[in-house]
Design a protein around this ligand. Structure first.
Ligand code: G3I
Length: 682
């Protein structure tokens, strides 16, 4: 069993905020691997819908070999890590939140407004939308003066166990700020060197610019390759970190500035053809309202025109309330059969430059979606267990939104906010909030008698740029203010919360996140204490992946939960994500880890269950994994919920592995039947 110590205290810049969480565990600094991969290592999804608040299509590829989520602050000095301590736990109560707050609290200007017109499939309550806001992220905008001041100094993170006199930090060879004209291709080569010659340093980037490539040259160097266009004119930062070959926590972080300039003759910038985005083939139900959000996009930043060839009979066309590139097609299919439309986008500067897409809507009868037997939520209620799914962001703005909502409400008594409560969506800029998507999901859940599971207050991903750029010394308060504001709004409507998500690396050590680098592991305790203060009656969970079966990460979880319990941290349970593959068979290990957590007087939630079908695997194998894990939950008194990460493969984050219980056409799969049968047994 790996032991962990949570660093006793961290100096945070000038405003030393010492938090003594003496948790009697000793961290063996195995350091972060320079890359991590696992059967359920969450993927960086391919953003499908640039520029709008629309649901993405999810469905990214299998996780790339993810590298530790560098969340550097770019040029902000990182306090040196202090030696772990085994001080006696002293639970320091949270200081009151500052007044005035660090960032403005949500105001009337953030309140959602009613959505008007035939723009959604919702009929049983008034849909709201976010108010028109200028969301240009001007926070921390860099100026020519910043660029001319020259490259930022390297930020070196030195664990106390390292003696810089005998082990020099990695350095980058010839790395400087760069300038490029829009339309030209930029290549920046990163060559990390270990001055001691002990080997090739590890490398990981932070926030690769959209459309850029970061490639391995297989010679110890990596390159950032990027052809910026008009929308990218300006100055941006790119941060890269080299890790010492001997002591991976010994790190050199460099932030370079990339200045994209307009050429004197803009006609030298290649004019790329427009594309039709946001829409693809769908199966819909006859007599349902259908809304199709169609985006005509252009990488040169212009607004193409859109022609809809052979629209369905009776269709209406509505402009999007804030995005001129989006057109909303609304209609009600009165007969079954296929509807094929051709969508044509024309470039604003050259109408011979076009992009098109043909879209097919398969209209099926109501009977086509009837499912045999009892509904999962009825069967689960009889077993006193919650059965849930993660809800697609903005499902009501998808062509099959009505069908999606009806089937979800018939089958599940619990719904998780897959993306609508993530920090970058909710609070994109200091003092600016976007509540509409979560408000709509809460309203929908109430209308359909479903409980809501809030995901997630704190994570290392999907953080807005502004929070990643805040000084280390301010991050505790920013974190607490955000938690308080979200829980003040939803604390009564959302009873279950993932408070902290994925704080551990694959090897069981703490992830070097925006939060860890500011507060050490004590951010976890602080987050839970703030959540308890803000929502005293909520169930507060720690959520992670790859922790249900034996291994260093499960060891890290068990040690972490024991240390939090010992410290009196107000945590109620553990969320086991369980993104598995169809050949999974480590059920005894899962039962053992569930019991270990239950023995700590903690509840168990299976929070993000899905089972990918990889090459050579079958739907029957998938169904068996669904049934076996549901059985483990039903057999474990502390297991309160079995939640899948979506329910139709159509919108899964791993769509190409068909991991869910219904297919793209909402037809049940053997996995659905396996759940139904297991829930029916005593
Ligand atoms: O909403 C924005 C849109 O405004 C923007 O134009 C577009 C392009 O940048 O992005 C949209 O956000 C996308 C978001 O999903 C909402 O659709 C993000 O790009 C995309 O990366 C994000 O993917 C989600 C991913 O977490 C990262 O947040 C997946 O849908 C979601 O299934 C996945 O879920 C995670 C859990 O939160 C934690 N456990 C692992 C699990 C799988 O990675």
């Amino acid at each position: 069993m790996m032991n962990l110590s949570l660093p006793a205290s961290f100096r945070l810049g000038g405003n030393a905020i010492h938090r003594v969480i003496g948790l009697c565990l000793v961290l063996i600094l195995a350091g972060c691997s320079s890359s991590s991969s696992s059967s359920d290592n969450p993927a960086e999804d391919m953003p499908v819908n640039p520029g709008t608040q629309m649901p993405d299509d999810g469905g990214a590829g299998d996780p790339p070999t993810a590298e530790p989520g560098g969340s550097t602050s770019g040029g902000t000095p990182t306090a040196p890590l202090e030696e772990p301590s085994t001080d006696v736990p002293v639970n320091v109560p949270l200081a009151p939140l500052p007044n005035p707050p660090l960032t403005p609290a949500p105001g009337a200007d953030s309140e959602p407004v009613r959505a008007s017109g035939p723009v959604s499939t919702v009929r049983e309550f008034f849909l709201v939308r976010n108010p028109d806001r200028n969301l240009d992220d001007t926070f921390g905008t860099l100026t020519d003066a910043d660029f001319d001041a020259g490259p930022l100094p390297a930020v070196i993170q030195t664990p106390d166990s390292v003696n810089p006199l005998t082990n020099a930090a990695p350095v980058f060879e010839n790395l400087n700020d760069v300038e490029v004209f829009a339309g030209q291709e930029l290549t920046v080569v990163f060559k990390p060197i270990d001055p001691d010659g002990a080997g090739i340093p590890g490398l990981f980037p932070n926030a690769i610019p959209a459309g850029a490539r970061y490639v391995d040259n297989f010679n110890g160097t990596r390159s950032l390759i990027w052809r910026p266009l008009q929308p990218q004119v300006g100055i941006r930062e790119f941060t890269i970190t080299a890790t010492d070959p001997v002591a991976p926590f010994y790190r050199t972080q460099r932030t370079i500035r990339i200045k994209v300039k307009m050429p004197s003759d803009p006609s030298t910038i290649v004019n790329l053809p427009p594309v039709v985005n946001l829409i693809r083939d769908h199966t819909v139900r006859v007599n349902d309202p259908v809304v199709a959000y169609i985006k005509a996009d252009d990488q040169n930043g212009t607004v193409p025109s859109l022609e809809i060839l052979n629209p369905p009979p009776g269709a209406t066309i509505t402009p999007h309330y804030s995005d001129p590139k989006i057109t909303i097609l609304s209609f009600v299919p009165r007969t079954t059969g296929d509807i094929e439309m051709r969508l044509l986008a024309r470039d604003a500067d050259d109408d011979t430059l076009t992009g098109s897409r043909t879209v097919k809507f398969e209209v099926l009868s109501e009977q086509a979606f009837q499912r045999p037997g009892a509904r999962l939520r009825e069967l689960a209620a009889a077993r006193d267990v919650l059965i849930g799914y993660a809800s697609l962001l903005g499902f009501y703005e998808r062509p099959d939104g009505a069908l999606y909502a009806d089937i979800a409400a018939e089958e599940f008594n619990l719904v998780t906010t897959e993306n609508s409560l993530k920090w970058d969506l909710v609070n994109p800029l200091p003092g600016q909030y976007r509540w509409a998507q979560a408000d709509n999901l809460v309203a929908h859940a109430k209308a359909r008698r479903q409980a809501v599971h809030g995901h997630t207050l704190l994570w290392h991903r999907q953080l807005p740029g502004w929070i990643q750029r805040t000084p280390l010394a301010d991050r505790e308060i920013h974190m607490r203010e955000f938690i308080d504001r979200v829980l003040q709004r939803y604390g009564n409507d959302i009873p279950i919360w993932d408070v902290v998500n994925e704080a551990l690396e694959e090897d069981g050590t703490f992830r070097q996140s925006t939060w860890f680098e500011a507060m050490g592991a004590s951010f976890i305790d602080i987050a839970f204490r703030q959540a308890r203060l803000s929502a005293p009656n909520a169930t507060l969970l720690y959520n992670d992946y790859d922790v249900s079966f034996d291994g260093p990460k499960a060891d890290g979880l068990i040690a972490l939960m024991q240390s939090l319990k010992d410290a009196g941290t107000p945590v109620d349970g553990v969320g086991f994500q369980m993104h598995l593959d169809a050949d999974f068979d480590r059920y005894d290990e899962v039962a053992g880890n569930f019991q270990t957590i239950a023995d700590m007087d903690l509840d168990i939630y299976i929070t993000e269950f899905d089972v990918s079908i990889r090459a050579g695997q079958t739907e029957e194998q998938q169904a068996d994994v669904y049934e076996q894990v549901l059985s483990l939950c039903l057999d474990q008194p502390r297991c309160k919920a079995f939640q899948t990460w979506g329910f139709t493969d159509m919108y899964s984050w791993r769509r190409q592995f068909n991991p869910l219980i219904m297919d793209n056409r909402y037809q049940v799969k053997p996995a659905y039947t396996a759940l139904q049968q297991r829930l029916s047994e005593n």
